[in-house]
Design a protein around this ligand. Structure first.
Ligand code: HSE
Length: 435
């Protein structure tokens, strides 16, 4: 007897949704072979049914009400690709309650309401698969839950936002302005509906919260993730970083330090030749260090239609085969048995720093700045000050200082004091440096 098909409903038909529909309609035979049964997309809820789309979908399966998907008793799986944390949370909880498995790319929902969603799935004996929620097409969730399962994870760090990496690459390689690069990323379908979430580090922090849950078994309250985005990043800092032999990347990091868990999202100066500094455009990469495996690097397109659809459809296949249900049960994520490693306060994190100040070009200024740093026990590794050129000089000059290791709290206090010096204009710009 032929195996019965897996009936799929989908909520959302945007960039990723159309990619998923394309794969399910155009690769039926290939996917059925891998899933051991046909995968049938039978209902799709969209906000605007009349919106032109570059894919042919029968009108009969389109609805403008998400409830039609949630309440359809014939469906086995609901794929949620609408994003957001309000009505989509209800749609997911109601779908689980009515016996459907969930596939979602909704990192914001998992990062902020993971326990509620996973508890609900456990209650109704269903599963939630979420490979597409982190790093688009890179199978990092599968790597952490399965391939690296034998390891105690010591640390991970990654480029997790394609939009930010695209912007940083454009600014760095073509001298493009921040605004132009962002608009291009939006056109290419990498950015979130509200790109503020990309550029202020929120999207990266959502993804980091999910990775920390899997890698360290710990629920970190979203508010506990210190985050700085790239919205204020200036081309001048990219130039100085290059001059010093570094690139600037928006990094998400989590690591165990003396028995404490440290997490943060920040632009970081990375040695130009390091693998993460070489990641260009909308690509993402995650470095995971395990006690048995050592250093691993996971690389691929982190945003966009087909790469993210690849992860969504992989989850659908896993459900059709029955693997996702087993992994869901054995991982027991966002549960009461989550670990409670104490958090390392961001002030106590040790790092080198890049510091840029706009200072008056007159006697004693360098002495004032270095004295203040010395008073805070911050040691200087190198200094750049270029000769001011012609009319543009304005009596002011950029001063760039690379420090040796310092506690973050101590460094930030010094940077704040520096801005109060008469010879310093505006605020101090600073980023951590990793060698
Ligand atoms: N806006 C996200 C990014 C999409 O640019 O990485 C993938 O989550």
């Amino acid at each position: 007897m032929p195996a019965s098909s897996l009936k799929i409903g989908m909520i959302g038909l945007g960039v990723v949704g159309t990619g998923v529909a394309k794969l399910l309609f155009e690769q039926q035979e290939r996917l059925a072979k891998k899933a051991g049964r046909p995968l049938e997309l039978t209902k799709i809820a969209v906000r605007d049914p009349s919106k032109p789309r570059d894919i042919n979908i029968p009108d009969s399966i389109i609805t403008s009400h998400w409830e039609d998907v949630v309440n359809d008793p014939s469906l086995d799986v609901v794929v949620e690709l609408a994003g957001g944390t309000t009505w989509t949370k209800k749609a997911i909880l109601d779908s689980l309650a009515s016996g459907k498995h969930i596939v979602t790319a909704n990192k914001a929902l998992l990062a902020t309401h993971g326990k509620e969603v996973f508890d609900c799935a456990r209650k109704y004996n269903r599963c939630v698969a979420f490979e597409a929620s982190v790093a688009g097409g890179i199978p990092i969730i599968g790597a952490l839950t399965q391939g690296l399962a034998a390891n105690k994870i010591i640390g991970l760090r990654g480029i997790l936002n394609g939009t930010c990496n695209f912007i940083l690459t454009s600014m760095s390689e073509t001298g493009d302005s921040y605004q132009n690069a962002l608009e291009e990323a939006q056109k290419l379908g990498f950015a979130e509906a509200d790109p503020t979430m990309d550029v202020d580090g929120t999207d990266t922090a959502h993804k980091l919260a999910i990775l920390v849950q899997i890698a360290f078994g710990q629920t970190v309250p979203f508010s506990a993730i210190d985050r700085v985005g790239i919205a204020g990043l200036n081309n001048i800092d990219i130039h100085f970083a290059h001059e010093l032999g570094y690139g600037i990347k928006l990094l998400a990091e989590a690591w165990i330090n003396d028995g404490k868990l440290a997490v943060h999202v920040s632009p970081v100066l990375l040695r130009m030749h390091s693998p993460l500094a070489q990641v260009r455009g909308a690509y993402n990469a995650i470095q995971v260090i395990g006690d048995a495996v050592g250093d691993t690097l996971h690389y691929g397109l982190g945003a966009g239609r087909m790469p993210t659809a690849s992860s969504v459809v992989a989850d659908i296949i896993d459900i059709a085969v029955g693997r996702a249900q087993n992994t869901f049960t054995s991982m027991n994520l966002w549960s009461d048995s989550s670990s409670v490693t104490p958090m390392l306060l961001s002030d106590d994190v040790n790092s080198r720093y890049y510091l840029r100040l706009l200072v008056e070009d007159k006697p004693g200024v360098l002495a004032d700045v270095t004295r203040l740093l010395a008073n805070h026990q911050i040691s200087i590794a190198s200094i750049i000050q270029h000769e001011a050129q012609g009319e543009n000089a304005n009596g002011k000059v950029q001063l760039v200082i690379m420090t040796h290791l310092s506690k973050c709290g101590k460094f930030k206090a010094a940077a704040k004091e520096l801005t109060r010096l008469d010879c310093v204009s505006g605020s101090a710009v600073h980023y951590p440096v990793e060698d």
